[in-house]
Write a protein that binds this ligand. Structure first.
Ligand code: TMP
Length: 208
């Protein structure tokens, strides 16, 4: 059983990688849940809608509180029961996104963000592995231009915002080398999947 979280800038290819990993787990008859934040529960998905789509301007404080509420609901209703039931949990984003986007990106004080993350996430809900899909911000911009204009509250932020987000992720990964696995998001999809599978085998969570 493993609890694995995928992190990265928008357009880093997280969701595609998570989908291809889930196919591999299915082929190996591994029981798992695939989930995401913000979201993962009925309430969480409603909060996601509000947080991502800027109908109304909201302050960084309101943003972080909404995201944290969604996270707690997700932990209580999905993550905790799945882990207790012996299932793997594959999660697209978790609390490092809050440190990176609301802390580094929005500029909320790091100590307060850390406190709120600790208040929201019970100590024993600790992922076994964080996979960071790292890429330069210019590549994020290139990929978002291909997709066309977006009204997503985070997509609309400038280059400097995303640069701070990237640096925050890289520093979290550097501080916790054993539990973070940094991938070069510029690599082809198949290669990224291969590297993740190799890492899971190295950690003896997969045997083939
Ligand atoms: P994604 O599901 O496409 O990755 O998009 C979710 C967006 O929400 C992404 O731009 C990052 C943002 N987000 C935060 O700002 N803080 C958080 O804690 C989480 C989980 C996501």
């Amino acid at each position: 059983m493993a609890f694995i979280v995928f992190e990265g800038l928008d357009h880093s290819g997280k969701s595609t990688l998570v989908q291809s990993l889930s196919k591999e787990l299915k082929n190996r008859n591994i029981e798992f849940v695939l989930t995401r934040e913000p979201g993962g529960t009925t309430l969480g998905e409603k909060i996601r809608e509000v947080v991502l789509h800027p109908y109304d301007p909201i302050s960084p404080e309101v943003e972080i509180l909404l995201i944290s509420a969604s996270r707690r609901d997700h932990i209580e209703k999905v993550i905790m029961p799945s882990l207790e039931g012996g299932k793997w949990v594959i999660c697209d984003r978790f609390w490092p996104s809050t440190s990176a986007f609301q802390g580094a990106g929005r500029g909320l004080p790091a100590e307060r963000v850390k406190w709120l993350n600790q208040f929201t996430v019970p100590e024993h809900i600790a992922p076994d592995l964080w996979v960071l899909l790292d890429m330069p911000v210019v590549e994020k911009e290139r990929r978002s231009q291909i997709q066309g204009p977006s009204s997503d509250r985070f997509e609309m932020q400038d280059k400097i915002f995303h640069q701070r987000v990237r640096e925050s992720y890289l520093s979290m990964a550097k501080e916790n080398k054993d539990s973070w696995f940094v991938l070069n998001a510029l690599l082809p999809k198949e290669e990224l999947k291969k590297q993740v599978l190799e890492e899971l085998k190295k950690r003896k969570w997969l045997h083939r």
